[in-house]
Design a protein around this ligand. Structure first.
Ligand SMILES: Nc1ncnc2c1ncn2[C@@H]1O[C@H](COP(=O)(O)OP(=O)(O)OP(=O)(O)O)[C@@H](O)[C@H]1O
Ligand SMILES: [Mg+2]
Length: 257
């Protein structure tokens, strides 16, 4: 795919697998928590096989947007479509069954379960994922060789970067056609961040559509085909990663340049 700059890292090897990416469309999304409205007007499109980033300051509503896509937060307005199906009112399990993989903020692993058990949970909710479980596991181990070495280790005893690999691997075990990833670089060293980003790039190169939410603005804009800027629950800018990297407003607000 064009627009993806090369970054090198020891892990994140392509598994050679082709997957059919689907389109994710968010149109004029409004949502909140109880009486507090957080999202006012969020429109984002991720085309099949596209790598899209969403950037924004703390509290802008990035996580809430991904939670609405996953059916964890109810939309109070607007529409969300996945692969042509309306998922605005779908439950989390229905959304997973339709091919969405969510790598949540903070990873949300089960610390007292092993790496392997955490990964297996990612396949549990879809019949086709269970049928392909062993094969997919091998692909996840190809992407993250470290996880094969640590398969029997309790997830809570892994380093932060390794835990992030498990969180990405768990989502991949569900055979997603669209992967949404919430701040994977949080708390990771620059090298480990690169490793995880390299893996996301490899997954995208296999065909999976990716929506990446990040505060590591420089790296995500270099990686993404296109990006959106979210401020106070509204999309205020969109463009190619390259164009936004050159945008004076983006540079001043998010890159301190
Ligand atoms: N469960 C909740 N209940 C009430 N308010 C919430 C809840 N989760 C988030 N909020 C509020 O919604 C707003 C948007 O939060 P959100 O987590 O979507 O932001 P974000 O862009 O992901 O921020 P960050 O970069 O810090 O992760 C914030 O003002 C936050 O306090
Ligand atoms: Mg967040």
């Amino acid at each position: 795919m064009t627009g993806l700059r090369e970054i090198s890292a020891p892990e994140g090897r392509s598994t050679g697998q082709r997957r059919a990416g689907q389109e994710l469309v968010i149109e004029h999304l409004a949502a909140g928590y109880g009486k507090v409205q957080v999202l006012w007007d969020v429109s984002v499109r991720v085309g099949p096989g596209e790598f899209v980033a969403m950037i924004g300051a703390n509290g802008a509503g990035k996580t809430t947007t991904l939670r609405a896509v996953s059916g964890v937060v109810r939309a109070s307005g607007g529409r969300i479509g996945l692969g042509g199906q309306d998922i605005t009112r779908a439950t989390p399990s229905q959304v997973v069954a339709l091919g969405l993989g969510h790598v949540p903020e903070g990873r949300e692993l089960f610390p007292l379960m092993t790496v392997r058990e955490n990964l297996d949970l990612g396949a549990a909710m879809r019949a086709e994922a269970r049928a392909a479980q062993q094969q997919t596991l091998e692909q996840v181990y190809t992407l993250f060789p470290r996880l094969k070495e640590r398969a029997g280790q309790l997830a809570g005893t892994l380093s932060g970067g390794e835990q992030q690999m498990v969180a990405v691997g768990r989502a991949l075990m569900g055979l997603p056609s669209v992967l949404v990833v919430d701040e994977p670089s949080l708390g990771l060293s620059p090298l480990m961040t690169q490793t995880v980003f390299e893996a996301l790039k490899a997954v995208n190169a296999e065909g999976v559509s990716v929506l990446l939410v990040e505060q590591n603005v420089g790296l995500s804009l270099r990686l993404a085909h296109r990006a959106y800027v979210l401020e106070n629950g509204q999309v205020v800018k969109e463009g190619t990663g390259e164009a936004l990297l050159a945008d004076p407003g983006v540079r001043a607000a998010y890159l301190a340049l």
